[in-house]
Design a protein around this ligand. Structure first.
Ligand SMILES: N[C@@H](CCC(=O)N[C@@H](CS)C(=O)NCC(=O)O)C(=O)O
Length: 213
């Protein structure tokens, strides 16, 4: 069975979990504790030398170590993958946007604000930088989503899942999502897509799968 190494609360891991849930792809979750350093432990590095999660092992022995690359591979041939080469290029464009203009700012701001908030004070200056840069990314996304329902126009796709991963929890990093009405409405739209599962519920689901053997 396909196996996903993942960490609770990670937006990058959630992308693969949401996609596999929506496409009914059976998979097993191996929980990795980033906070206790498991991603840097020799055992894990022997599995994924990148030392990060998510990490996906396919049944045929192949493996993938970037969240958006996982969306691409797992979404291939499904209704969530655009078929037109131009639309595919736009999907890549927005997935790179997510990894360069959103995730590098929202993720650490959220990490030090919500996940290990005891270190928030010592990181305040950097958090301000992340908030400023992430806000620029959110402004770009806001302008884009003011003109279309989804990232690639009228159709929900892997590009929405990529962008959704961290954007929907940006408030946990100190971003004011209310100041981005088109983004906020898009978040609600994504949450209405059939078989949507929340970041919390995806872990209850993983537990249920483990219990079921
Ligand atoms: N660009 C990568 C980022 C992966 C990443 O940085 N993951 C974080 C968790 S969200 C991680 O593994 N941190 C632990 C570490 O770097 O040791 C992706 O999209 O998968």
């Amino acid at each position: 069975m396909t196996k996903l190494y993942a960490t609770v609360g990670s937006g990058n891991c959630f992308k693969a979990q949401l996609l596999m849930h929506q496409l009914d792809i059976p998979y097993q979750t191996q929980a990795i504790d980033v906070l206790s350093g498991e991603t840097r432990a020799p055992d894990y590095l022997s599995i994924n030398p990148l030392g990060t999660v998510p990490f996906l092992q396919l049944e045929n022995g192949q493996s993938i170590g970037e969240s958006n690359a996982m969306l691409w591979a797992l979404g291939a041939g499904s209704p969530l993958m655009p078929s037109d080469p131009y639309d595919q290029a736009k999907a890549i464009e927005w997935m790179i946007f997510e990894q360069t203009k959103l995730e590098p700012h929202i993720s650490p701001a959220r990490f030090f604000t919500t996940i290990i908030s005891e270190r928030r004070d010592e990181m305040l200056e950097q958090i301000q930088d992340w908030l400023a840069q992430g806000t620029e990314g959110l402004n770009t996304l806001e302008a884009h989503l003011s003109e279309s329902d989804f990232v690639l126009g009228n159709t929900y796709s892997i590009a929405d899942i990529a962008v959704f991963g961290y954007t929907h929890v940006a408030d946990e990093g100190g971003f004011e999502l209310n100041a981005f009405p088109a983004v906020s409405q898009w978040i609600e739209r994504v949450q209405q897509i059939p078989k949507f599962i929340s970041m919390q519920d995806v872990w209850a689901d993983a537990q249920a799968m483990r219990t079921a053997g």
